[in-house]
Design a protein around this ligand. Structure first.
Ligand SMILES: NC(=O)c1ccc[n+]([C@@H]2O[C@H](COP(=O)([O-])OP(=O)(O)OC[C@H]3O[C@@H](n4cnc5c(N)ncnc54)[C@H](O)[C@@H]3O)[C@@H](O)[C@H]2O)c1
Length: 318
């Protein structure tokens, strides 16, 4: 008995890295999987059908069911075709894992239009377009049967988008957008029985190995904390009925650690019964900044730099 017996799943960007492990897990747990991957470079250029095919071969060699899909999820037509392939060729759709992603890191002042557009397209539009066609399918099904469906979307955010990371303004904006999209679609789809959550993963893949170097490699006998299979386990859990009732959440995962992340919440408050003026805002600054600790959660690893400013900053000539 597998956790996903009789279910159909779409995993985007499943030819490599985290998506590959997610597709393998779902396939091993009995899902029929559409393994989507365009097969381009880490920066998004080019196409290659082999990575998706290899994952399909691995799933089928293990006795599972999988088909390859090479559509570009950042196109409306590609996303529609991907969802249609699941429904028409595999007989339905129960799980969508939006994972496809690229990086084009540049400092904001050096970023050009193409690098901005490509990253926003693959992540934001790529997550949305697939979710939109899946949601339309589920809504039609719920209307037809008069019953809520039991389906799940797992999106892929990033600590970069939640905490900020220099040189990733396009990627961070996209990942923050994906976190917001998760909240909106969780609210919209709850009544038809669709749960929508996101993960914020950290794993050793071609996107991180250049930046992280040996940091992400495990010594012999040590827990391989950055193996992407660690991430797939949490995505698989969120996608499964074990996570029934859990929706609108963002879960950070790297091997050995999972965290439920809390989003924007009021931290402090100051009130006034008169219209705010610049001076009256300045007058409540200590109240407003009373709980701000000035530290940003570390991105990836390592302590924050010692020279990071502390808040509340002293009032005065700054
Ligand atoms: N690796 C990490 O530590 C980490 C951290 C935070 C977030 N993420 C996110 O996890 C996801 C997976 O990243 P990864 O590290 O496994 O990278 P990866 O490069 O190994 O895998 C991403 C896959 O997406 C595919 N892809 C890219 N654009 C596509 C498109 N338009 N249509 C279809 N497929 C496309 C690529 O061909 C590639 O196989 C991404 O969304 C990434 O931003 C990764």
């Amino acid at each position: 008995m597998g956790l996903f017996d009789g279910k159909v799943a779409v995993v985007t960007g499943a030819g490599r890295g985290i998506g590959r492990e997610e597709a393998l897990l779902l396939g091993a747990e009995g899902a029929s999987v559409v393994v989507n991957d365009l097969g381009g470079a880490p920066t998004g250029e080019g196409e290659d059908q082999r990575p998706a095919r290899q994952v399909v071969d691995e799933i089928t060699a293990g006795g599972g069911t999988a088909v390859a899909n090479h559509d570009d999820v950042s196109t409306w037509d590609g996303a529609a075709a991907l969802v249609a392939q699941a429904v028409n060729d595999l007989g339905g759709l129960d799980v969508v894992i939006n994972n496809a992603g690229i990086l084009r890191d540049r400092m904001s002042f050096n970023m050009d239009e193409a690098d901005w557009d490509a990253v926003i397209a693959v992540h934001v539009k790529g997550h949305f377009a697939v979710s939109r066609f899946a949601a339309a399918h589920w809504r039609a099904l719920a209307k037809e049967t008069g019953q809520p469906v039991r389906a799940a979307i797992v999106n892929t955010a990033s600590e970069s988008g939640l905490y900020g990371n220099a040189a990733q303004v396009n990627y961070a904006a996209a990942k923050a957008g994906i976190a917001a999209m998760t909240l909106v679609m969780a609210r919209e789809l709850e009544r038809i029985g669709v749960r929508v959550n996101a993960i914020a993963p950290v794993a050793r893949t071609r996107l991180t190995e250049d930046v992280a170097g040996d940091h992400m490699k495990a010594a012999e006998g040590e827990l391989d904390r950055f193996h992407p299979a660690n991430v797939a386990a949490v995505a698989g859990w969120l996608a499964s009925d074990l996570a029934a009732g859990i929706s609108g959440q963002v879960v950070k995962v790297q091997g050995g650690q999972v965290q439920l992340l809390e989003g924007w919440r009021p931290l402090t408050e100051a009130t006034s019964d008169k219209p705010w003026t610049v001076d009256s805002v300045e007058a409540v600054r200590d109240q407003l900044l009373a709980k701000a600790d000035g530290s940003v959660p570390p991105f990836f690893f390592g302590p924050p730099p010692a020279d990071r400013p502390a808040y509340p900053a002293p009032a005065g000539n700054g």
